[in-house]
Ligand binder design. Structure first.
Ligand code: FAD
Ligand code: NAG
Ligand code: NAG
Ligand code: NAG
Ligand code: NAG
Length: 566
């Protein structure tokens, strides 16, 4: 056991500590592969099943808005369906997966429609082509002395893709933490009748009745071609992480979110620790050139990612809860020392507060970048390397319900805290804030987002360690407390009954009927998610209340097949 603990500790240190080699990261693989017989789409985790599932007849890479219009027009005149994809494909559910008759579906990729970024300093706004990467947009905006207030923590996404799924950072201030609430206009390319040459570009601004449908539209209303975002004068951020015990965070989160503009909380339940991120806007002339290079998004040596995966697999196979806990203790300890990847002067962490420009403090993803081509290191989950493979649950609660939910999870945790080591090995429970939104598929009230990742087996017949615990937490969130699933995360189970959770759901459908009357942008895969259908097999058992731990033995989602997680 001691040996094992040291092995784990050593591996994790290698994994988590920055080394000069990390600058030679191999970028992620492209999500789509085509040959003479057609194309196969994957997501960035390589978790979308075998070669038949997300299959389309062809792909096009338009480079201008007019080319997008013409691709849509052609497909419309030939009665083909379209799925829009980005260069990144970082969404977990199969929203972008083509329909049941693949020969009749084409993919439209925004990967090469990625360079237009027009800044209007006077009106503090930026208009970007939908395929522009978040990092490119932010760098350009910051170079003009402005800042984008909200962004997801992960920078490897396109502007069109991220707003389509409601991606967010954390804030209850101003317009809040969700990026779509900073959108002030967008262009949508939709099918049209013959008299309009089969497709048209509609310009939607705040007052247009379809605007609130389009900002979060899951790729199902049309192709978003341009996105206009509001900006603010450039600013810096000052971050301090406070490691507290976890006795009272469920009573303090509201206060924290009200006092600190970009606050979040990371709860490590097995460690009885809640880390409060005091994160505030400070003036641009404050001293500090820090960067938030989040540890989980740094590049890792391929060998190390593989060894960590192999170790975790061995612990799972041996049902070794204590080994997982040793791993969790190492991870949490190391993250504390390394400030989760915050670096004061772009190099190392020397102490709090870490102050740096908004553009480098909000979002990160250094594993994506590749100054030289090398296969030595990658993002830890790169599907080519047999590295980390995990599952992501994200539940979004009305703020008023979150406290009781945490009380329930604590009761479950207190039965045996070691059962929770499996999430602490990853990022614990990440708690973030998003503000009430007018988007029909957004959150109409101030909300709390809970994210947690955990082991996912390669083999569909292998139950994961403490599977019952994760199912319990998941079902309490979605069924007892009525949390909504993040559109870009989760397995299909979480989407059951999702329609009833959105008061404006029918308005979204009405907009879809108007803009995409033939359902050109729908597939049976994306319909399963939007309508929360109960068609996916092996979803576990529904929440029945009362018992905190139901003894169930459902299987995990396999690497390379579609069971359980769309
Ligand atoms: C490591 C990691 C970290 C993440 N962190 C966060 C986070 O902190 N916060 C958060 O909220 N989310 C997070 N996510 C989720 C991520 O933000 C979303 O999955 C985002 O939508 C991905 O953007 P993408 O460009 O890869 O979109 P894709 O996955 O390519 O597409 C997403 C959807 O949008 C549609 N779409 C894409 N482009 C267009 C377009 N131009 N017009 C119309 N439809 C379009 C697609 O059809 C699909 O339905 C994370 C994901 C990963 C893998
Ligand atoms: C093309 O790809 C498909 C799916 O990946 C595969 O089944 C088929 O054999 C490939 N065809 C050729 C000609 O390579
Ligand atoms: C979609 O249709 C295809 C072909 O009919 C089928 O193989 C697939 O399982 C369906 N997917 C869903 C989610 O129903
Ligand atoms: C948790 O911290 C609070 C103060 O922040 C303290 O009063 C309390 O005793 C601590 N609880 C435990 C179990 O350590
Ligand atoms: C920053 O600028 C403001 C106003 O221009 C000034 O009052 C303040 O002292 C400056 N702060 C620093 C740290 O230079």
């Amino acid at each position: 056991m001691d040996c094992l603990v040291w092995l784990i500790h050593g591996l994790l240190i290698l994994m988590l500590s920055a080394s000069p080699l990390h600058t030679h990261a191999m970028p992620p693989p492209p999500p789509v592969n085509c040959n003479a017989t057609g194309c196969v789409l994957q997501n960035s985790y390589g978790a979308w099943g075998d070669r038949k599932e997300c299959h389309a007849s062809s792909i096009s890479y338009p480079t201008t808005e007019e080319e997008i219009r013409s691709v849509v027009a052609q497909a419309n005149s030939k009665k083909q369906k379209i799925k829009v994809i980005s260069k990144f494909s970082h969404t977990i559910p199969k929203l972008a997966c083509p329909a049941s008759a693949p020969e009749n579906t084409i993919l439209l990729s925004t990967a090469m429609y990625n360079s237009g970024i027009v800044i209007d300093s006077r009106n503090m706004a930026v208009t970007a082509d939908a395929g522009v990467g978040l990092r490119d947009l932010i760098d350009k905006v910051e170079a003009a002395g402005l800042s984008l207030v909200a962004a997801p923590y992960w920078e490897g996404v396109s502007i069109g893709g991220l707003i389509s799924t409601g991606a967010h950072g954390s804030s209850w201030w101003g317009k809040g933490g969700a990026v779509h609430d900073h959108v002030i206009g967008l262009n949508l390319v939709v099918p049209a009748g013959k008299s309009e040459d089969y497709a048209k570009i509609v310009e939607l601004e705040n007052l247009n009745p379809n605007f609130n449908a389009a900002i979060v539209s899951l790729g199902m209303l049309g192709v978003i071609s341009k996105v206009k975002l509001s900006l603010v004068p450039g600013f810096k951020r000052s971050i301090i992480n406070i490691f507290n015990n976890d006795t009272s965070f469920q009573d303090e989160f509201m206060d924290l979110a009200q006092k600190h503009e970009f606050a979040d909380i990371t709860w490590y339940p097995s460690r009885h620790v809640a880390v409060y991120r005091y994160d505030d806007r400070v003036p641009l002339n404050s001293s500090g050139d820090g960067i938030n290079d989040f540890i989980g998004f740094q590049a890792n040596l391929v060998l190390v990612s593989k060894s960590v995966r192999a170790t975790e697999k061995a612990l799972e196979t041996a049902r070794n809860v204590k080994g997982k806990c040793a791993m969790a203790a190492s991870v949490v300890g190391f993250k504390k020392l390394a400030a989760n990847g915050l670096k004061n002067n772009n190099l190392i962490f020397t102490g709090y507060p870490v102050v740096g420009p908004q553009g480098r403090m909000q979002t990160s993803g250094s594993c994506l970048h590749s100054p030289t081509t090398s296969t030595l290191s990658t993002c830890a989950w790169d599907p080519r390397i047999e590295g980390l493979f995990f599952y992501e649950t994200t539940a979004i609660f009305p703020a008023s319900k979150f406290r009781d939910f945490i009380h329930d999870v604590k009761k479950l945790r207190d039965l045996n805290p070691d059962n929770f080591c499996g999430v602490d090995v990853y990022n614990g429970f990440l708690i973030r804030f998003i503000k009430g939104s007018a988007a029909y598929l957004g959150h109409s009230e101030d909300s709390v987002v809970l994210d947690f990742n955990y082991y996912r087996a390669d083999d569909p017949t292998t139950p994961r360690l403490n599977q019952d615990v994760w199912e319990e937490v998941e079902q309490m969130a979605f069924f007892k407390y009525g949390a909504k699933p993040h559109w870009a995360k989760n397995r299909n189970l979480a989407f059951l009954g999702v329609q009833q959770k959105y008061p404006k759901f029918t308005k979204f459908l009405a907009a879809k009927k108007q803009l995409d009357p033939q359902n050109m942008f729908s597939s049976n895969w994306s319909d399963d998610i939007l309508f929360g259908k109960e068609t996916i097999k092996g979803m576990g058992v529904p929440w029945k209340g009362n018992a905190y731990v139901q003894k169930i033995d459902t299987v995990t989602q396999p690497r390379g097949t579609s069971a359980n997680q769309a």
